[in-house]
Design a protein around this ligand. Sequence first.
Ligand code: SAM
Ligand code: DTB
Ligand code: SF4
Length: 310
Amino acid sequence: MSTLSISDIYNQTFFTLVDQAHQVHKANFGTDIELCKLISVKTGGCPEDCGYCSQSNKYETEIKFNALLPIEEVERQAILAKEYGVKRICMGAAYKSPNSSALAKACEYIKVVKKHGLETCATLGSLSLDQAQQLKEAGLDYYNHNIDTSPEYYPQVVTTRTFQDRIDTLDHVGQAGMKVCCGGIIGMGESVDDRISFIRALTQLPYTPDSIPINTQVKIEGTPLANTEKLDKLELVRTIATVRILFPKTRVRLSAGRSELSELEQSMCFMAGANSIFYGEQLLTTPNNDQHEDLLLLKKLGINTHVSVA
Ligand code: SAM
Ligand code: DTB
Ligand code: SF4
């Protein structure tokens, strides 16, 4: 690992930073980009107050609510995604913590998705150790639970749970033997120091994440963070590059907010070490990039997706 501090890494000259990140990336990964498909298995009505989220019941937002999806619908979407070259299905549910029937349903989703030879990831809110063990038993590969931002900025974003609550769940996920997927959101009005502190917090998690989603805040009308200042996109590249250098073997996911990036901006993020994207026209409640445009871009970059492009 580098002897520079995280702040030194993040703040070095832009090209030096990207070059260093690219070297680390090349030494540890090939040129593939992992394609993941999000399925919102339960949408809206969440009791938490995350200031960026369309699904909190504290805010009036325009979303289409849905109760837990039928198993057949999850299977249908998984089969379709597999045909499109997706490797991992990520199932998201708007819970503070799943109750026992939601957990049982999640276990059924996991089994049906795994039956098709796909990897599984779920994000269902806080978990006890026992709940984490049940998901592991059902075959869940990854659990996504984001710390979102720095410990210092966290109370400005969420008040219905603490930063430590998030860490406790991540500890349960790791103890149960599942892979940890943990990242956060930038562009929520946090300072550069907050972004550095967020990255430091990732390095201090109880289990090293195998997957780190870097989301840029998707601004949702009706939420407290709807009017945050636009993030300078070079800050996104700096964040990805710093994460790549500190986590040489972890998949860095260029996640929400990608549809706001031009082809060149996305390419810069891939150059800086991002090697996983959400593929498919919908994230959880907001639009994602056009699938065909994604395939064309990856083809132009010479990145193998094992999917033929018309
Ligand atoms: N309710 C669960 C939880 O929060 O742990 C799981 C679902 S939640 C929607 C999953 C993650 O999506 C959040 O932790 C957050 O990092 C990200 N997210 C949600 N809304 C977002 C937005 N508007 N922009 C960017 N990322 C967002
Ligand atoms: C993550 O870090 N990003 C994904 C996934 N994990 C669950 C969710 C992004 C949600 C973006 C806003 C929306 O579509 O509601
Ligand atoms: Fe609920 Fe998750 Fe949205 Fe927070 S991010 S309001 S926990 S669905």
